[in-house]
Design a binder for this molecule. Structure first.
Ligand SMILES: NC(=O)c1ccc[n+]([C@@H]2O[C@H](COP(=O)([O-])OP(=O)(O)OC[C@H]3O[C@@H](n4cnc5c(N)ncnc54)[C@H](O)[C@@H]3O)[C@@H](O)[C@H]2O)c1
Length: 445
């Protein structure tokens, strides 16, 4: 642990350094580590101190659930970012760059995985093998081989994985589920689902590791896992078969103005995708000031020629209850939101969710139920505070507040994590092979 840029006073630095050394020394000697746990709070370790780890699963969890949990270790392969992350989270837990060493040293009961998607399986499996419960960010993993390894490890360890599908907890998703459960449109038979990412949010996925198939599994997995999970949960059914198309039509090789990253780009003035990350102190500290360790550029050019994911995607999915879905995901739209239409034996439900658009939206979402040979009724929805249409705080209550009721079955485990990720994996395999792909051919449960 170096003192450089830790922002600690000399006294604080010495206290922390001696604490970390004592913990590591105890572990090496085989003695019980200095465990924060005497308080009776759940001992939590977090791996991946990027923006998601330090905010959603870091500072807010440490503050809101301080009576239930205690951070006992933080890990990131970037030694500077883990220290910046610790300060942003505002805890006094020891920091590590080696995940196994953290597990051995602080012996957490629960591990939160917020690393890059393609490494989730490594931390999930090692945490399970160490006897920990696991909470992992979506997507649970990025390909069928890693997915099988996670499912097998969970069975063997007899411990539970929770996959944090926050979209299930948004007021819009909850209202949609309640309408379906009420039987207002009869039995669902087919779905049109179209998700629009705008030129700001959509472009952001092309600025860093998400833009590579090897790291994110493509947006079919990284992003669409949310959407596929929503449908699995709404229908209470599994995906069976996927046929998909995808192309790269706007970002990557399609651009004419190209640089290394926005901060150093000679085209700042004329490029519509120029993004000035220096305006965010948080991002500068977490990423720019840690670049020297691993070369991770948070503002890399969206027109890098080696980008190998799709930005324009369509799929047809067949479900175990016979429902057929037509789905699309586009990443360079003039507005942000989605349109979900569910056709049933007695009518149709239309949901239009508005996230960002260059006109005044009537509400966060508009709902319309139209009955066959009958009336059409509309209703609007205002949503609660908190990220993702008020979903994030509800998800965390479900996880950290014992006794929180789960009436809509929103809590998701490894099966849900697998089914949604595998729908995306099947879409990628379908595009690569030019054929329909069956989910059952990818993983055995
Ligand atoms: N549910 C949501 O709405 C939502 C939103 C944003 C991000 N996420 C998910 O959260 C995760 C983190 O996203 P982010 O935007 O913070 O990414 P990020 O790249 O900013 O942070 C990931 C961190 O993990 C570290 N890391 C990578 N490999 C590691 C390894 N093998 N061991 C230890 N540390 C490692 C990186 O150095 C980095 O600091 C991703 O899985 C992402 O899909 C979910």
């Amino acid at each position: 642990m170096t003192r450089q840029k830790t922002g600690l006073t000399r006294r604080e630095f010495i206290d922390r350094a001696s604490k970390t050394t004592a913990v590591a020394a105890a572990a090496v000697a085989g003695a019980p580590a200095v465990l924060a746990g005497q308080s009776g709070k759940k001992r939590i370790a977090l791996v991946g101190t990027g923006i998601r780890g330090t905010t959603m699963w870091g500072s807010s969890v440490a503050r809101v659930y301080k009576d239930q949990i205690e951070f006992v270790g933080l890990c990131d392969i970037n030694r500077k970012r883990v220290e910046v992350g610790r300060q942003m989270i505002g805890v006094d837990a020891p920091t590590f760059t080696d995940f196994d060493q953290m597990l051995r040293t602080v012996k957490p009961e629960l591990v939160i995985v917020t690393t890059k998607d393609s490494t989730h399986h490594e931390q999930i499996i090692r945490a399970l093998e160490s006897g920990c419960e696991v909470i992992t960010e979506k997507p649970m993993t990025t390909d069928e081989r890693k997915c099988q390894a996670i499912i097998d490890a969970e069975k063997k360890a007899g411990r539970q994985i929770t996959v944090t599908f926050n979209y299930r907890y948004s007021s819009i998703a909850e209202k949609t589920k309640e309408i379906l459960m009420s039987g207002a449109i009869g039995r669902p038979t087919s779905i049109d689902f179209h998700w629009y990412l705008d030129v700001n949010h959509g472009a952001d996925y092309f600025r860093r590791w998400h833009a590579y198939k090897e790291s994110s599994g493509t947006l079919w997995v990284h992003k669409a896992t949310h959407h596929f999970d929503l449908i699995n949960w709404l229908l209470d059914a599994d995906p069976v078969e996927v046929t998909a198309f995808g192309d790269l039509r706007n970002y990557g090789r399609n651009g004419k103005l190209r640089g290394k990253n926005c901060r150093t780009c000679p085209h700042q003035k004329e490029c519509p995708f120029y993004w000035d990350m220096t305006r965010s102190r948080q991002l500068m500290q977490l990423y720019a000031e840690c670049e020297s360790e691993d070369g991770y550029l948070r503002d890399a050019c969206v027109f890098r020629e080696d980008i190998d994911i799709y930005d324009t995607m369509t799929a047809n999915v067949k479900y175990s209850n016979g429902v057929l879905m037509s789905y699309s995901l586009n990443t360079y739209m003039p507005y942000e939101g989605y349109h979900l239409g569910i056709n049933g034996t007695m009518g149709r439900l239309d949901v239009r969710a508005y996230e960002r658009q260059p006109w005044e939206a009537p509400a966060a979402a508009e709902f319309r139920i139209t009955r066959n040979f009958g009336k059409s009724e509309t209703s609007d929805l205002r949503v609660g505070a908190g990220g993702h249409f008020g979903a994030d705080p509800k998800l965390k209550d479900m996880i950290f507040k014992p006794g929180t009721p789960d009436t809509l079955k929103q809590r998701a485990g490894s099966r849900a994590g697998a089914m949604s990720a595998l729908t995306g994996v099947a879409a990628v395999r379908s595009i690569e092979g030019g054929r329909p792909v069956k989910i059952a051919d990818l993983v055995k449960f």
